[in-house]
Design a protein around this ligand. Structure first.
Ligand SMILES: Nc1ncnc2c1ncn2[C@@H]1O[C@H](COP(=O)(O)OP(=O)(O)OP(=O)(O)O)[C@@H](O)[C@H]1O
Ligand SMILES: [Mg+2]
Length: 292
């Protein structure tokens, strides 16, 4: 029998949010690679990645930002930052957005309190700083936060995004739920530059079955899991085809398989599974609370 600590290690690995590369996510990454490596031009093309909450947008954004982490060049003494990943502010507010960018690039705080600075001077400062970084791409996650603003505020915010992308000759990539697409289309010039990449919910097809196989193969289990077609259909029915729920289900069953010693995900376990999304997370929290 396995040592308990080894099982704990495997369970911790399953619970972590490590990247699992399936073709659909890799396709988006390939498109983004193409954009970031493209030669500079005044009107850089960009991408709008959209899909349901939990479909995997932020995971893709984080993966790319890890691959293009800032690099210090000891010869020139300059740190090159090819990619900046930002979250859209909870409402489309230019000032907050600029302040957020300054914080994200670790800009030293000005003697003048940020609140006292005009939007125009913040803008000059942000553009100056970002230009020094040698940015090639700006990614804005949670772009649907736009919807919290009035039509006018939305237009102003989109204008800021377009301006930054133009000034810096950097590609703009936005991530958000599909409801935000129309709002982004509100800025015609920006819309023309942003191609759309839709990530639909999973359906009963070969792409889904490949993804499930990749996912299960990534689980640190000792035996191979051979699932029947009806189990795949059941996974879709239980999760509505949303990536985060599919991952939660497979991870939950993999942890069960370690604890029970079955060491594989079975059709039977899927048939019996009830969608309590955070069963193990709750158990973990209880353990932490009791100080174990
Ligand atoms: N490629 C992947 N590798 C590993 N886990 C993934 C992957 N894609 C999605 N997941 C799982 O799905 C969860 C949700 O993904 P993510 O946070 O990227 O969704 P989202 O589309 O950004 O949702 P929201 O619109 O609510 O922000 C992740 O926390 C992770 O558990
Ligand atoms: Mg997200």
């Amino acid at each position: 029998m396995r040592a308990e600590t080894e099982d704990d290690g495997r369970i911790a690995l399953i619970q972590s949010d490590i990247w699992i590369g399936f073709p659909r996510a890799e396709q988006v990454l390939d498109r983004l690679h193409g954009l970031i490596e493209m030669s500079r031009q005044t009107r850089m093309p960009g991408l709008l990645v959209h899909g349901a909450s939990g479909i995997g947008k932020t995971m893709i954004a984080r993966n790319l930002s890890r691959r293009y982490a800032p690099e210090y060049d000891p010869e020139s003494g300059v740190t090159h930052t090819p990619l900046l990943l930002l979250q859209a502010p909870p409402a489309p507010d230019e000032r907050r957005f600029y302040m957020h960018i300054l914080a994200a690039v670790g800009a030293p705080s000005s003697t003048l309190s940020l609140k006292a600075q005009s939007v125009a001077s913040l803008e000059v400062r942000v553009v100056g700083l970002l230009r020094d970084l040698g940015l090639r791409m700006i990614m804005i996650d949670e772009v649907h936060n736009l919807l919290a603003g009035t039509h006018r505020e939305q237009r102003r915010f989109l204008n800021v995004l377009r301006y930054l992308s133009n000034e810096l000759e950097a590609s703009l990539v936005c991530y958000g739920v599909s409801e935000a697409v129309d709002a982004i289309r509100g800025d015609v010039q920006l819309a023309r530059r942003l191609d759309e990449h839709h990530l639909p919910n999973w359906r009963d097809d070969a792409e889904f079955s490949d993804m499930i196989q990749t996912l299960i193969a990534a689980m640190p289990l000792e035996k191979k899991s051979n699932l029947q077609v009806r189990s795949l259909k059941q996974i879709l029915a239980l999760t509505g085809g949303v990536t985060s729920r599919i991952f939660a289900l497979v991870k939950d069953l993999s942890i069960d398989a370690i604890i029970s010693g079955d060491e594989c995900v079975t059709d039977d376990a899927i048939a019996k599974w009830t969608p309590v999304w955070s069963r193990h997370a709750n158990a973990q929290r209880r353990l932490e609370k009791s100080g174990a």
